[in-house]
Design a protein around this ligand. Structure first.
Ligand code: ATP
Ligand code: MG
Length: 716
C-alpha cells in the first residue's frame, strides 16, 4: 500500500514494531497480559517471510496450544496469501517434536511409524510391569509411577540420569529400574508416551551432532510464545537449536506462569538474558484487551505477589463497568445467577461465543452444565470431559443403573470388574455366552452361572457376592435417598478405598467429582428421577455451528480472550484451592494468585466474579469464606453486590470478629500476611481492620450459622 507499511505491521505500536523489526539476535518480550505479545509474534513471523529473510520452512515457531497455532497460521495467511504456505514447523512443542521424531526414530530404537500412547495405555502398561516385578500395586500404584516418570521426562532426565533420591522415590529404590523397564517395553512396542516426544528429541540432538547441526542450520529464526511456561526439557531443546543463528525471540509474562505443577520453570524467562547475552529486551505496557477497571483490578491483585517483576500496564480505553463481585447464597444460586446474566447479555445482543465461565477445578463445571441445559443455553467444555462423561462418574452411574434396571447389560459390563475383583475377559465371555443361550440379561445370567459349575470356584464366588450386593442395594434403594445409596455403593464396592489408596495426583479430583455427584443427587427424590435427568443431560447434543458459551478451567484459558468473563467459586478452599492452602507455602499461593490474574485478564469488556456463602459437601452445609483474592482487589475498581441480607454478604453479616479465618496466619506468619498485598498489609498494620470487618455486624458465629441453614432450603 502507499504508506509503505505492510498490512501485518500497520497497527503495531513502536515497541511492538521494534520486536518485529529486530530480526537478528536474541529478543525477549516480557510484558503483561493483553499487551499484544502474541500479536507482535505473529507479525514478526509474517515479516520474516514477507521480507524473505527465511523460507517458511526455516522458521520454528512454538505456540502453547494447537488452537493458537491454527490462529497464527490463519493470520499470517491473511497477510501474505500463498507466500505463507509451508510453515511446517509452527505448532506446539509436542506436535513439532512428534514430526521430527518420525524422521529420526531409528536413532532411539523406534520405527518411523511409532505410536504415541495415551494416559490410559500408559497406566495399563505400568500396571503390568509392576505386577511382573512382584511389586504390590496397591502399595506402589501405577499412577504414582506414571507421575514420577512424567516429572523426570519434564526435567530431561533419562533413567541413567536419576540420582539416589529420585531412585528412592518409588518402591524403596526401584524407581530407576522401573523407569528403565518401562522405556524398554515401550521400545519393544514401537511406542512412546507424550513425555518421550520431547525427551527422545533432546537425546537425539545431544548425541547426534549431524542431526543437531542440520536443524541448527535450518532454523534461521525461532519464535516461542508463552515462554514462562516452558519446562526444563523444552528449554534445553530450544537452547540447543538456537545456538547457531541465535535468532530466537521469546515472549511471555512471569505473572502468568501457571504450570509449575507440570514442571514449568518461570526462571527460564528470567534468565534468558544470561543464556543469550546481548538479548534485546522489549517491554510492552499498553494493554489493548481490557477496560481500565478490569486492568486495574488485575494489576492490583498481582501486586500482592512478592516474587515478580513489576510491570506498568495502561490502556487508552476508557469507560466500562467496574469488575462486579457478586456474593450469592450457594452454588446452585451461583449457576442460576450466571445463567441470568448470560440471558441478559444475550438480550443486549451479545455473542455467546464471547462468553466464558472460568473455573478453578473441573468438578465445578457440573452445576453450570445442569443449569444451562435447563434454560437452554448452548455450552461447551474445553480441556476436559463434560462432567457426566468422566470415568469415575460413569462407573458410579453404571452401578446405579444396574440397581434401577437389572437388565442394563452395558452398565453391568462396565462395572462387573471395577474396582478390580479378579474377573477377567474369560469370565465375561462365559457370562455373555450364557446370557445368549438363556435369553437372560447379563447380570441375571451371571447369577445363574455362578450357581452352576461352569466357572472356576473363585470367579463364581465373586460373582455370587456381587449379585447379593446388588440385591441388598436394590432393597436399600426403597427407603434411602439416591445420594445416600450412592455413598453406600461407593463404600461397599471398595470404590472409595480404591481412590483412597491411589496416590496419584488425579485421585483427589476423582473423589471430589464423586462427592459432587452425590451432591447433585440430593435434589432428586428417587433414583429413577435422577437417572432420567442424567440421560437427558448426556443426550444434549450441541450443534457445533451454533454459538456456545465456553466453560473451562483457567489453565485452559491462557492466551485467550472473551468479551464477558465469569470467574466463579472465588472462595477459600476452592480458589485458592485447599491444596494450595494446606501446603501453606508462599509459592503455591502465589501460583494461585497468578491464576487469578490470568482469569481476570481474559476479559475484554466485562468481568464478573462470584462467590457463594455455602457449598454443600457430602450433605453437610459448609460456610465458605470469600477468597482472599477478592479482598486484594483494589476497591476503586470493583463493585460489590450481594443477593442476601440487606445488602451485606452472608459472610459480612454472620461472621463475628473472632472468626477471622486468617487471624492465625497474620499472627503466626507475618511474612505470609505481608505477601497478601495492600489489603492485608493494611489489615496487619491496623489490627485487622479489613474491609469485611468494617462492614461486619456482631452476630451469629460461623458455627451457629452452619448449623442453622435457611429454612426454605432442604438439607439432604
Ligand atoms: P496474553 O498475555 O493474554 O497472552 P498478549 O500479550 O499475547 O496477551 P494479544 O492476545 O496479542 O496479547 O493481544 C490482546 C488483544 O489486543 C488482541 O485482541 C489483539 O488483537 C489486540 N492488539 C494487540 N496489539 C494491538 C495494537 N497495536 N493495536 C490494537 N490492538 C492490538
Ligand atoms: Mg498471548
Amino acid at each position: 500500500n502507499d504508506t509503505g507499511v505492510p498490512s501485518y505491521a500497520a497497527r503495531l505500536n513502536p515497541p511492538q514494531q521494534e520486536a518485529v523489526l529486530t530480526t537478528e539476535g536474541p529478543v525477549l518480550m516480557l510484558a503483561g497480559a493483553g499487551t499484544g505479545k502474541t500479536a507482535a509474534l505473529t507479525a514478526r513471523l509474517a515479516h520474516l517471510v514477507a521480507t524473505r529473510r527465511a523460507y517458511p520452512s526455516q522458521i520454528l515457531c512454538v505456540t502453547f496450544t494447537n488452537k493458537a497455532a491454527r490462529e497464527m497460521r490463519e493470520r499470517v495467511g491473511q497477510h501474505l496469501g500463498p507466500g505463507s504456505e509451508g510453515l511446517r514447523w509452527l505448532g506446539t512443542f509436542h506436535s513439532i517434536c512428534a514430526k521430527m521424531l518420525r524422521q529420526h526414530a531409528e536413532l532411539v530404537g523406534l520405527q518411523s511409524n511409532y505410536t504415541i500412547i495415551d494416559t490410559d495405555d500408559q497406566l495399563r502398561l505400568l500396571k503390568q510391569l509392576i505386577m511382573d516385578s512382584d511389586l504390590d500395586e496397591k502399595r506402589w500404584p501405577a499412577r504414582q509411577l506414571a507421575g514420577l516418570i512424567d516429572r523426570w521426562k519434564n526435567r530431561g532426565l533419562n533413567p541413567d540420569d536419576l540420582d539416589a533420591v529420585e531412585n528412592e522415590s518409588y518402591a524403596n529404590g526401584r524407581g530407576q529400574a522401573m523407569y528403565q523397564l518401562y522405556q524398554d517395553r515401550l521400545k519393544a512396542l514401537n511406542a512412546c508416551d507424550f513425555g518421550d516426544l520431547m525427551l527422545h528429541m533432546l537425546n537425539i540432538l545431544r548425541k547426534h551432532t549431524d542431526v543437531l547441526e542440520d536443524y541448527q542450520r535450518r532454523f534461521r529464526y525461532i519464535l516461542v510464545d508463552e515462554y514462562q511456561d516452558t519446562n526444563a526439557v523444552q528449554y534445553l531443546w530450544l537452547r540447543l537449536l538456537a545456538q547457531a543463528h541465535k535468532n530466537i525471540c521469546v515472549v511471555g509474562d512471569d505473572d502468568q506462569s501457571i504450570y509449575s505443577w507440570r514442571g514449568a520453570e518461570v526462571a527460564n524467562i528470567l534468565r534468558f538474558e544470561k543464556d543469550f547475552p546481548g538479548a534485546h529486551v522489549v517491554r510492552l505496557e499498553q494493554n489493548y484487551r481490557s477496560t481500565p477497571h478490569i486492568l486495574g483490578a488485575a494489576s492490583g491483585l498481582i501486586r500482592a505477589n512478592s516474587d515478580r517483576h513489576e510491570k506498568t500496564l495502561w490502556t487508552e480505553a476508557n469507560g466500562g463497568d467496574k469488575v462486579k463481585v457478586i456474593g450469592v447464597w450457594d452454588a446452585p444460586e451461583e449457576a442460576r445467577r450466571v445463567g441470568e446474566e448470560i440471558e441478559r447479555l444475550e438480550g443486549e445482543g451479545a455473542n455467546l461465543d464471547q462468553i466464558a465461565i472460568l473455573v478453578r477445578a473441573q468438578y465445578q463445571t457440573r452445576e453450570f452444565e445442569d443449569r444451562f441445559i435447563q434454560i437452554g443455553v448452548n455450552y461447551r467444555i474445553i480441556g476436559g470431559f463434560r462432567f457426566y462423561e468422566r470415568a469415575e462418574i460413569r462407573d458410579a452411574l453404571a452401578y446405579l443403573r444396574v440397581i434401577a434396571q437389572p437388565q442394563d447389560d452395558l452398565a453391568f459390563e462396565r462395572i462387573y470388574n471395577q474396582p478390580k475383583r479378579g474377573l477377567g475377559a474369560k469370565t465375561l465371555e462365559k457370562m455373555h455366552q450364557h446370557a445368549r443361550r438363556t435369553g437372560l440379561p447379563l447380570a441375571a445370567a451371571s447369577l445363574e452361572l455362578a450357581d452352576s459349575d461352569e466357572l472356576p470356584k473363585r470367579a463364581a464366588n465373586t460373582i455370587g457376592g456381587l449379585m447379593r450386593q446388588f440385591l441388598s442395594w436394590r432393597e436399600a434403594a426403597e427407603n434411602m435417598t439416591p445420594s445416600d445409596l450412592l455413598r453406600l455403593v461407593l463404600d461397599e464396592t471398595g470404590y472409595n478405598d480404591m481412590l483412597a489408596n491411589d496416590r496419584s495426583a488425579e485421585s483427589a479430583g476423582r473423589a471430589e467429582n464423586l462427592s459432587e455427584l452425590a451432591r447433585a443427587m440430593e435434589e432428586y427424590d428417587t433414583l429413577g428421577d435422577f437417572l432420567e435427568h442424567v440421560s437427558l443431560v448426556m443426550d444434549n447434543d450441541r450443534g457445533e455451528e451454533k454459538e456456545t458459551v465456553t466453560i473451562m478451567t483457567i489453565h485452559a484459558a491462557k492466551g485467550l480472550e472473551f468479551d464477558n468473563v465469569f470467574c466463579v467459586g472465588w472462595e477459600e478452599g476452592v480458589f485458592p484451592s485447599q491444596r494450595a492452602i494446606d501446603e501453606g507455602g508462599l509459592a503455591s499461593l502465589e501460583e494461585e494468585r497468578r491464576l487469578a490474574y490470568v482469569a481476570i485478564t481474559r476479559a475484554k469488556r466485562r468481568c464478573t466474579i462470584l462467590h457463594a456463602a455455602n457449598r454443600r459437601i457430602y450433605g453437610q452445609w459448609t460456610s465458605s469464606i470469600p477468597s482472599r483474592f477478592i479482598e486484594e482487589l483494589p476497591e476503586e475498581h470493583i463493585e460489590q453486590e450481594t443477593t442476601m441480607t440487606g445488602g451485606k454478604s452472608l459472610w459480612q453479616a454472620n461472621w463475628s470478629e473472632n472468626d477471622d479465618p486468617f487471624a492465625h496466619v497474620a499472627r503466626d506468619r507475618p511474612d505470609r500476611a505481608q505477601a497478601r498485598g495492600p489489603g492485608w498489609q493494611r489489615a496487619v498494620a491496623t489490627g485487622y481492620e479489613t474491609k469485611q470487618q468494617r462492614l461486619r455486624e456482631p452476630g451469629r458465629s460461623a458455627a451457629s450459622f452452619a448449623a442453622k441453614p435457611r429454612s426454605d432450603i432442604a438439607i439432604g
